[in-house]
Design a protein around this ligand. Structure first.
Ligand code: FE
Ligand code: FE
Ligand code: ZN
Length: 289
């Protein structure tokens, strides 16, 4: 059975997210580890977390994919911004140990004119300081569209970060992975419409498919290579619409691809809950057809 869900609001707590997920046919979900505008994360309520654990067990959920706020920039040129990202990521990871998990996905950040090489160095430094060998949560770098000076625009850039962390601290190597965002890689120039096998082959050569732990399932409002990062609902954009893209068979290939089988698929499409429920149903049908 496909493991699929969408991004949910944490406003009503963890049990409520589990209930909402079930109500829309999801068996995973994503959520922000804290308010994207910063500020402190709420203290954990044990019974609320236990409620989610129970729901997940009873409904055979797959792993959850927690998302770091977009406001973290671990490779900023400003020391204060880097310090904030570092402190917040460390706290997020500590808190996630008490939650059923097991993924923490983050945007590698923007090098803001310092160059990609410096960007890689700063991201590596951050990861070396926020991770520890016994942590249960796996940290996922998200593939990005390459808007502005965004890092993570190529599989090679992501591979470089993972390799360098592994060289410095081999004991952290298996706690690092990748979350592949279909809108972002398409906007970044990878041809998931016509050549999904080719794209995943490239990923395998650069990073290794074993590192791929989650997929963000989004259509795109822009043509391939636009470096824009604007998500569209499934089937209405340059991936899955008949007019602009390759039609729904593009998403059918994604959810049925053997290299992606068993991974959590997270929708981040512009939808309310009823829209997510429809997309989850559609994608389950595509996966089983
Ligand atoms: Fe993201
Ligand atoms: Fe994403
Ligand atoms: Zn995006």
């Amino acid at each position: 059975m496909l493991t699929i869900g969408c991004h949910l609001s944490t406003a009503k707590g963890y049990t409520a997210m589990g209930e909402t997920a079930c109500s829309i046919g999801a068996n995973t979900f994503a959520f922000f580890t804290r308010n994207p505008r910063g500020g402190n994360a709420r203290a954990l309520d044990r019974s609320d977390v236990d409620g989610l654990r129970r729901i997940m067990a009873e409904n055979s959920f797959g792993p959850l994919v927690a998302h770091a706020p977009y406001t973290y920039n671990p490779c900023s040129a400003k020391e204060s911004a880097r310090a904030f990202a570092l402190e917040a990521m460390r706290e997020d990871l500590e808190r996630l140990e008490a939650l059923p998990g097991q993924y923490y996905n983050f945007h590698p950040g923007c090098h803001v004119g310092q160059g990609a090489e410096r960007g890689v160095e700063l991201i590596v430094e951050t990861l070396l300081q926020v991770m520890w060998p016994e942590q249960r949560t796996c940290v996922l770098l998200e593939t990005m569209a390459g808007k502005g000076t965004e890092m993570g625009r190529s599989f090679e850039e992501i591979a470089e970060v993972i390799a360098r962390v592994g060289e410095k601290r081999p004991e952290l190597a298996d706690k690092l992975g990748v979350c592949l965002d279909t809108c972002h890689v398409h906007d970044g120039g990878y041809d998931v419409v016509a050549d999904l096998d080719g794209v995943l082959g490239e990923f395998d050569r650069a990073v290794g498919l074993g590192r791929l732990r989650a997929v963000h399932l989004n259509d795109s409002k822009n043509p391939r290579g636009a470096h824009k990062d604007r998500h569209e609902v499934i089937g209405a954009g340059y991936l899955g619409s008949e007019e602009l893209g390759g039609g729904l068979k593009v998403f059918s290939r994604i959810v049925r691809h053997p290299a992606l089988s068993g991974l959590p698929f997270i929708l981040e499409t512009p939808n309310e809950l009823d829209g997510y429920a429809r997309e989850i149903k559609l994608l389950r049908e595509l996966a089983e057809a």
